[in-house]
Design a protein around this ligand. Structure first.
Ligand SMILES: Cc1ncc(COP(=O)(O)O)c(C=O)c1O
Length: 397
């Protein structure tokens, strides 16, 4: 048969593929790469990709484990017990939270996977998911794939970037089954208090809503303040789970390893879903993740101190150029108000074109992100200062 006898038919995607949200930042990434390719010295503070390497003892643990034939075989479904025990130990040590490793910890291929999975295991079409706005766009992806409806919870500066539960309408509350929270917050960098989580547990109990606390930046708190885990709150395990990733705490973003911890029925459902999609992560990655969780935590403290020094250097420089901004209490992001008359996208474009500085426009995180840009503290202090100086030369403040 020759080519002419085969007629190509269009590939027709499933309806759900059309529901997926547009990747807002793809265009910015493309334009950034184009400027770099043209030879410009671009300072890229637009992404959330940790710039520092994983600690050597974790890399060595992977190297050793990779040579061990035990890990060349299929790992157990739902992951090795030693890893789940290591997670439970970390939560006990850091937050005084008791977790049963067998039933209250699920191993994930990175937090992103779990954040999409939770919508698949809990939401039906017609259900509502409460989503922070501005917020991390992967929540939208999971809700869209489940065919459920998002109701945005505005995070406003005058309310400390916390959702106002009493502003959510009755009808939405009746249909709401799931809610995402994320503190320390991406993109606003706000940090939650214990009393906010106590209010959250009461709200979730009253309305039968599952809380998904995304604790991706849990290890990064400044000025001696340790961010609170949602699971520290009495009653939290009855209403929800927490996602904890190795990506930020241990600079292991490329390793793809994270956990869901908390409510055992939700953990069971996550594991059930994953049993149909994956065998677990490469065993050597699990061994290295366990080494990270149970080994010395000095590198975590040092990382936090590095981000704090970067924050201080950057905000000092911003003050010098006259940009009135509040330093973040946690996460590795700065959430900065855009000067008039720019929109967040127009301001980000201006910085890219005129200063070769990349920042993420707030509108990409939701309607209430308009008026801000997000800056990642993911470059050395000198580069952050230089970014501020280049912005200063535009004489906008
Ligand atoms: C708020 C938030 N949640 C979750 C993640 C997911 O991290 P990972 O998939 O690397 O575990 C990120 C990564 O940038 C994030 O910013």
């Amino acid at each position: 048969m020759n080519e002419a006898t085969h007629r190509s038919r269009p590939i027709i995607p499933a309806e759900r593929m059309k529901q997926l949200p547009k990747q807002f930042f793809a265009d910015l990434v493309q334009r950034t790469n184009a400027r770099i390719a043209e030879g410009h010295d671009v300072i890229n503070l637009g992404q959330g990709n940790p710039d520092l390497p994983t600690a050597p003892h974790i890399v060595e643990a992977l190297q050793q484990a990779a040579a061990d034939p035990i890990y060349h075989r299929y790992p157990p479904f739902s992951g090795f017990s030693f890893l789940k025990e290591a997670v439970a130990l970390r939560y006990k040590t850091d937050y005084d939270v008791d977790l049963d490793p067998a039933s209250e910890v699920a191993v994930l291929f990175g937090g992103k996977t779990g954040l999409v999975e939770i919508s698949q295991i809990l939401l039906n079409p017609g259900d509502v998911c409460l989503v922070p706005d501005p917020g991390y766009p992967d929540y939208w992806s999971g809700v869209a794939l489940a065919g459920a409806e998002m109701v945005m919870m505005p995070l406003l500066e005058q309310h400390g970037f916390m959702p106002a539960y009493d502003a959510i309408g009755e009808e939405h509350l009746r249909r709401a089954k799931l809610m995402f929270l994320n503190y320390p917050n991406n993109p606003t960098s706000a940090v939650a208090s214990s009393s906010f989580y106590e209010e959250t547990v009461r709200f979730a109990e009253r309305h039968g809503i599952v809380v998904a606390s995304d604790f991706a930046y849990g290890a990064i708190g400044f000025d001696g303040q340790r961010p609170v885990s949602f699971l520290e709150t009495p009653g939290a395990k009855e209403v929800g789970i927490e996602f904890y990733t190795m990506s930020k705490t241990y600079n292991m973003a490329g390793w793809r390893v994270a956990f869901a911890v908390g409510n055992r029925e939700i953990i069971r459902l996550i594991n059930l879903m994953q049993d149909h999609m994956y065998v677990s992560l490469f065993g050597a990655v699990q061994a290295a993740a366990a080494a990270a969780l149970t080994g010395p935590q000095d590198s975590v403290c040092e990382l936090c101190a590095i981000y704090e020094r970067r924050r201080d250097a950057f905000f000092e420089a911003l003050r010098r150029i006259g940009w009135q901004v509040t330093p973040p209490p946690g996460s590795f992001f700065a959430w900065l108000p855009v000067p008039k008359p720019y929109s967040s996208a127009a301001f980000a474009d201006l910085l890219l074109e005129k200063a070769n500085v990349v920042v993420a426009p707030g509108i990409g995180f939701g309607e209430h992100g308009e008026g801000y840009v997000r800056v990642g503290l993911l470059a050395p202090e000198a580069r952050l200062r230089e970014a501020a100086d280049r912005i200063g030369q535009l004489a906008l403040f």
